[in-house]
Design a protein around this ligand. Structure first.
Ligand code: SF4
Ligand code: SF4
Length: 120
């Protein structure tokens, strides 16, 4: 993906208009059925080419709410399809050749651990 929003989200809407690629939807459009905001991994570019850091996380007032996840690339197809996505819900990658931009300074260990994008 990219980044993901977890269940500490308070649905405040601070992030949604900050996204340069309209990857974020509100709780009413969350495709997982959860009652909080959601980032489409196949749209998120981790703000590469737009900002120095993910703009959604910079705007978010909730500590630890937006975390790193794996890059949305073909290398991580299994991650997204194996139930690692949004607390066990599978994500079907329509495009097996997915190759979304990602921040390469964030390690795979940090992504696996879902490190908060912004840390105090
Ligand atoms: S990291 Fe950037 S592109 Fe991804 S959801 Fe947040 S604001 Fe949008
Ligand atoms: S800014 Fe943070 S708390 Fe507010 S809606 Fe977005 S993810 Fe949720």
């Amino acid at each position: 993906m990219a980044v993901m929003i977890n269940d500490t989200c308070i649905n405040c809407a601070a992030c949604i208009d900050e996204c340069p690629v309209e990857a974020i939807v509100d709780e009413s459009d969350n495709p997982t059925g959860e009652e909080y905001y959601y980032v489409y991994p196949d749209k998120c570019v981790e703000c590469v080419g737009h900002h120095d850091a993910p703009a959604c996380a910079t705007a978010c007032p909730t500590e630890g709410c937006i975390t790193w996840d794996m890059p949305f690339t073909a290398d991580h197809k299994e991650h997204y399809e194996a139930g690692n996505y949004i607390d066990g819900k599978n994500y079907v990658m329509d495009n097996a050749d997915a190759d979304m931009p990602f921040v390469d300074s964030i390690s795979m260990d940090e992504r696996t651990a879902r490190k908060p994008v912004v840390e105090d």
